[in-house]
Design a protein around this ligand. Structure first.
Ligand code: SF4
Ligand code: SF4
Length: 201
């Protein structure tokens, strides 16, 4: 014989517990739902902690993060309409705080889905000769801090670090297109121009 629902094993116990603890369901949408700890909601850039390295762009499986270098600016954009909330970007962020998944999940809109994005800009350091972009200045500063005294083993990084500390000035544009003098080595250079500087000087 089939027992009434409340008399089935475990059900009565759960029903009594629910009297004291209250219902398991939430009152959403009448009351905001509070997601649980470590909930993976909308990813957001935190400009002050992002160094513009682009690791999040590289690892995003849904191609929801876009990275464009325009002139001396790097623009990073996260498109929430493409995001699958996997958390890869946060897990692989160099600073661990540059992009963080928030608890926000209610992204439905009657506006255009293309408007669901957040962009941040980072300044890029360029080669003194060919103007090729080298890396974001925030990333160089972060690497220099991590390296400590070892920063003096890389000329471009050392010059950048000393300029940041107001101990030297970054030299202006040279009046020639390729480095030829020994002194040209003491400029911020891309790998190609540094090779030329070493070979020709
Ligand atoms: S959570 Fe996943 S899909 Fe969304 S932006 Fe980050 S890496 Fe891309
Ligand atoms: S610091 Fe983090 S958020 Fe910024 S570009 Fe690098 S991986 Fe992305």
């Amino acid at each position: 014989m089939r027992l009434p629902c409340l008399l089935q094993p475990g059900i009565l116990k759960e029903a009594i517990k629910a009297i004291f603890k209250g219902p398991y369901t939430t009152k959403f949408p009448f009351k905001p739902h509070e997601p649980f700890e470590r909930f993976r909601g909308k990813p957001e850039f935190h400009a002050e902690d992002c160094i513009g390295c682009g690791a999040c762009f590289q690892v995003c499986p849904a191609k929801a993060i876009e990275m464009k270098d325009i002139g001396n600016k790097r623009i990073l954009t996260v498109h929430w309409d493409l995001c699958i909330f996997c958390g890869n970007c946060q897990a692989n962020c160099l600073t661990e705080k540059g992009i963080v998944l928030s608890k926000e999940f209610d992204l439905a809109t009657t506006e255009k889905r293309e408007d669901l994005y957040q962009s941040i800009e980072k300044e890029l350091i360029q080669c003194s000769f060919c103007k090729e972009n080298i890396a974001p200045s925030a990333q160089l500063a972060w690497v220099a801090k991590k390296l400590g005294t070892m920063v003096f083993s890389n000329t471009s990084l050392m010059l950048f670090y000393l300029a940041e500390e107001n101990l030297t000035e970054i030299k202006g544009l040279p009046d020639k297109e390729t480095p030829t003098l020994r002194s040209d080595r003491f400029r911020i250079l891309c790998p190609k121009c540094r090779r030329e500087a070493v070979l020709k000087s």
